[in-house]
Design a protein around this ligand. Structure first.
Ligand SMILES: Nc1nc2c(c(=O)[nH]1)N[C@H]1C(S)=C(S)[C@@H](COP(=O)(O)O)O[C@H]1N2
Ligand SMILES: [Mo]
Length: 388
């Protein structure tokens, strides 16, 4: 049996269940927040049919909040995951590797949990810097991995429940009176407790730092210390960032010159920009909140979608396909479900922060709706088609 002797020896402290439990709790919380907000984001972007007629449009800043939290908790999970892996990695070398079918199932679930979580966080981080290098659909894989993580986490927690329960509370260490002779066991326990506290302090500082220095991309009061986040929500024409420029989308001056708005319905019609400007204009304050984590509130002015639909003979709103002038890339065609089309705050906006929309913000007209992922706030809108 030469192999066991090749295994590393772990003499350091803190590769213990108490440390694993303390860090695991924080990591579990971050993963839970990430999962719940991820489900919200997924359902708002691609609602299942049972939900589409009931999507909530309030609070209007809801998606900004939940997606901000998604990216914040995902970023915080990175140092927590690294600390957790460091704490438990000696367990990977336990010999013999498999003792029973139950043990095999447990190790398999841990392999799935660790690899899926590493990949998920890595993909998410690259997404926040707009680096879509994957040969597959980011969203579908991110979504599938989330369920692998939740499923294997469930198995992991069930298996470890007794150990977690045992180490949930801090072990009682008798204080050693000054000058008294402490038994080796007591001073060992005391030293371990101190070591653990320094480790946790380090992990807390790392989590605090990555959170503080990136949260400003969605949390306005922290904008000044937004040192590490890829986006400064202040930078861009009219004080708002741009993901896809008019040029990148293939929206040329020619296309814009001949622009008209076409609205479907029992009394379908088309309008020029001047005719659209002659309709009642409304002003709303709503955020753009991108899945990538940045968000920014702005003032928008334009015509209510519900007024446009009423004019087409659809006073109760309709499920819409919103079509833009865009020639290249995604998000040129989006679906808008009934609740948004009936909402007073949903506009076909012509103005942003008291100016005519910049070309990169969707001139001549863009969608802005409450509690909606930024990706669906379609720019360069030219047509509203009614879906069955
Ligand atoms: N036609 C069109 N509309 C679009 C996009 C796009 O690529 N094409 N990008 C969307 C995305 S992902 C976001 S977050 C918002 C805000 O992006 P912007 O800053 O590029 O306007 O616009 C949305 N509207
Ligand atoms: Mo976005």
């Amino acid at each position: 049996m030469g192999i066991p002797q090749l295994r590393p020896r772990f003499r350091g402290r803190l590769h213990d269940p108490r440390t694993a439990t303390v860090i695991g709790r924080l990591l579990g919380l971050a993963i839970l927040i990430c999962f719940v907000t991820g489900v919200i984001s997924h359902y708002l972007q691609e609602p299942p049919s049972w939900l589409s007629a009931h999507l909530p449009t309030r609070p209007s800043w809801g998606y900004r909040f939940s997606q901000g939290l998604h990216v914040i908790s995902g970023i915080a999970a990175v140092p927590l995951l690294l600390a957790k892996l460091w704490t438990v990695y000696p367990r990977l070398f336990v010999w013999p590797p498999l003792t029973s079918p139950a043990h095999a199932a447990e190790r398999l679930s841990i392999a799935a949990l660790v690899s899926a979580t590493l990949l998920e966080l890595f993909m998410g981080l690259l997404n926040t810097v707009q680096w879509y290098v994957w040969p597959f659909s980011f969203r579908q894989v991110h979504w599938a991995l989330a369920w692998v993580i939740v499923g294997s986490l469930f198995v992991h927690l069930a298996v470890k429940a007794p150990l977690i329960a045992e180490h949930w509370r801090r072990p009682a260490v008798d204080p050693v009176p000054l000058g008294a002779d402490a038994s080796p066991a007591v001073s060992d326990a005391l030293a371990e407790d101190l070591d653990r506290r320094s480790l946790l302090r380090g992990v807390t500082m790392a989590v605090g730092a990555v959170t503080l220095f990136t949260a400003g991309q969605s949390v306005t009061p922290l904008a000044d210390v937004d040192l590490l986040a890829p986006r400064d929500p202040e930078i861009g024409p009219q004080g708002l960032p741009v993901n896809r420029t008019a040029r990148a989308a293939g929206v040329t001056a020619d296309l814009v010159d001949g622009w008209q708005l076409h609205v479907d319905g029992p009394q379908a019609y088309s309008l020029t920009l001047d005719e659209l400007k002659a309709m009642p204009q409304h002003r709303v304050e709503l955020p753009i909140a991108c899945v990538e984590g940045w968000s920014k509130s702005a003032h928008w002015e334009g015509v209510r979608i519900k007024d446009l639909l009423a004019r087409a003979g659809l006073p109760d709103g309709a499920r819409l396909r919103v079509v833009s002038l865009q020639r290249r890339g995604g998000y040129g065609v989006t679906v808008m479900d009934l609740p948004y089309t009936r909402d007073d705050l949903t506009l076909l906006a012509l103005r942003l922060n008291d100016e005519v929309l910049a070309p990169d913000h969707g001139y001549p007209a863009r969608i802005i709706a409450p509690n909606r992922p930024g990706a669906l706030q379609t720019k360069w809108v030219t047509k509203l088609e009614v879906l069955a």
